[in-house]
Design a protein around this ligand. Structure first.
Ligand SMILES: [Zn+2]
Length: 496
């Protein structure tokens, strides 16, 4: 332990002038100053020890006698019981008992001279606190005059909960601002590793604080089982003991490093963040998928190499797709690929052509082997080199029927033709074989002239009629009958 502050010659090694320690009460010399007193003695300094107040605390004597207080009946020393049998007369007799102990303690730790300010322990009252500080200040000043060059050592400080201790600290701070005094350590040279602890002993029955000890220690590399900070920890970084991973606190937040000081790994079940900035993101396993972030978007892959991966989603809303092909989810159904000439529709997951089903298709051209109605029973058309063939359904290549309002053809080659109303032949009619009438009145009506370059055979009879007089000539029953005159320009010959 060290004193918190000193006035006068600062160092234990400053030989010659005395180091004067100020104990607010009896026992403070042992609890708060003994280590520093021994340091000064070891450095060859004379040490004077001031007992500031009389310590007339009769309640303390009763506690020490009865024993059952915060430390139960046993003090921290082994095999030692608080059964001091101190006088309890109300106040005064405790003073001589405590002071005798103080004197013995001072002797034990090598103090050269004990000085008793003999002040009442009156700093506990609000009305008397200031006067107590005044009295301490005046007495310290008088000692300073008496021992020029001495250093004045105060323990405790403004955090102390014992009023008399705090008052001694206040006196020191008051002298700090007075002329002729030098405060040690100087401003900016205070030990930065100091830490102040307030130790609280509680009564086991009531859990009420029973005693306080404030002390300041130097810590270079302390070890604790655990540390609890109630308001915060200020440190540039935190590092593990066995595994030397480190958390460094930067102006922007915190940085995690591994034991080689490279950026480390944070393991957590959940991370709840506003923004993630990453070079890439991947699943936990070595073969898992990953996402990288090139300047034009994201790239999804899997495994250790650069293999592209699969994005599975309920829907994708995009402005454009650049893809080699599009397929069904199980890859065994229809799919589309995109050659330079357009799109190819395939089926069954292989190269066989598939079926496009649509309500309408608006095309500039169709190249196709055949065209058929929607079912297998419907007619169909195929396209041989000579033109087109029209077939009935049922796959038996029966010729089908073409129905149209008009057909404008250069040639008509047909096995049969049936004209339901009228056949008009503008260029004439050439019949290679027989022209015969079949149904209806068995007659052929020619309104203009009829010319026959060959024979005229009339099976049955041949009749020549005149619109004016009815029939003129006919053959019938091996007889030629003339109705009217018969004019013969040459000979009329009869063979019978
Ligand atoms: Zn004390």
């Amino acid at each position: 332990m060290a004193t918190q502050a000193a006035l006068g010659a600062p160092r234990a090694s400053a030989a010659g002038a005395p180091a004067i320690f100020y104990a607010p009460h009896q026992d403070d010399e042992a609890i708060g100053m003994a280590g520093s007193i021994l340091e000064h003695k070891a450095a060859g300094r004379p040490v004077y020890l001031v007992l500031v107040s009389r310590g007339e605390n009769d309640g303390l004597a009763r506690l020490m006698n009865v024993g059952a207080w915060g430390l139960r009946d046993r003090c921290a020393a082994p095999d030692h019981w608080h059964d001091l049998n101190w006088p309890t007369d109300g106040a005064n007799k405790i003073v001589s008992a405590r002071t005798a102990e103080f004197t013995a303690s001072a002797k034990a730790i090598g103090v050269d001279e004990v000085i008793d300010f003999d002040l009442p322990d009156s700093a506990h009252g609000d009305a008397t606190y200031g006067k107590f500080v005044d009295a301490v200040t005046a007495k310290v000043e008088s000692l300073a005059k008496k021992y020029p060059g001495a250093s004045h050592k105060f323990s405790a400080g403004w955090l102390d909960v014992t009023a008399t201790h705090k008052a001694c600290s206040d006196a020191a701070y008051r002298l700090k601002g007075a002329s002729g005094w030098e405060w040690s350590p100087k401003a900016g040279q205070e030990p930065k590793r100091d830490a102040t602890y307030i130790l609280m002993a509680t009564s086991p029955g009531s859990q009420q604080p029973g005693s306080f000890l404030t002390t300041t220690v130097h810590l270079r590399s302390p070890e604790f089982e655990s540390v609890t900070a109630t308001t915060g920890v200020h440190t540039p970084w935190v590092e593990g003991t066995q595994n030397r991973g480190r958390v460094t606190f930067t102006t922007r937040g915190a940085q995690f490093q591994d034991d080689a000081q490279a950026l480390g790994t944070v393991a957590a079940a959940t991370a709840d963040v506003e923004t993630v900035t990453a070079t890439w993101v991947r699943g936990r396993d070595s073969g898992a998928g990953w996402i990288r972030f090139p300047s034009d978007g994201i790239k999804v892959g899997h495994g250790a190499g650069g293999d592209l991966g699969t994005v599975t989603a309920d829907k994708i809303s995009v402005n454009g797709i650049n893809t080699q092909w599009v397929g069904d989810r199980d890859a065994g159904k229809g799919w589309i690929e995109f050659p330079q000439s357009g799109v190819s529709v395939r089926k069954d997951g292989n190269q066989e052509w598939g079926t496009v089903a649509a309500d309408k298709a608006d095309l500039n051209g169709i190249n196709t082997k055949w065209v058929q109605g929607r079912t297998a029973a419907d007619g169909w058309i195929e396209f041989p080199a000579a033109g087109l063939n029209v077939f009935q359904g049922a796959e038996n290549r029966q010729w089908g029927t073409v129905a149209a309002d008009k057909a404008d053809l250069n040639d008509l080659i047909t096995h049969r033709a049936q004209v339901k109303e009228r056949l008009t032949l503008q260029g004439g009619l050439t019949v290679d074989n027989v022209l015969e009438t079949q149904d209806g009145p068995p007659r052929l009506i020619v309104h203009a002239e009829s010319e026959f370059e060959g024979k005229v055979n009339a099976n049955g009879h041949l009749s020549v009629r005149n619109a004016d007089v009815g029939w003129i000539m006919h053959t019938r029953d091996d007889l030629v009958a003339i109705n009217g005159d018969l004019r013969v320009h040459g000979a009329l010959r009869s063979d019978s």
